[in-house]
Design a protein around this ligand. Structure first.
Ligand SMILES: [Zn+2]
Length: 67
């Protein structure tokens, strides 16, 4: 089946009997991402998680200091 990347509109091909293809067919509002975008998103998510932890650590640390 043909799928379109939601981010860069690149058309990709999925083998019909893969779990991902079945999922996309059952849920037409799909979130298919090509490999390039998938990697980019994963990277950004990891960065956000890492910076989130950092901010949380910093803020709780300074609150401790003020107390
Ligand atoms: Zn893409």
């Amino acid at each position: 089946m043909r799928v379109k990347c939601v981010i860069c509109d690149e058309i990709g091909l999925l083998v019909d009997d893969t779990p991902l293809a079945k999922k996309l067919r059952n849920h037409p509002i799909n979130t298919y991402m090509c490999e390039t975008c998938n990697e980019r998103i994963t990277e950004q998510t990891n960065l956000r998680l890492a910076s989130g932890k950092f901010i949380f650590y910093r803020s709780s640390h300074s609150a401790e200091e003020n107390f």
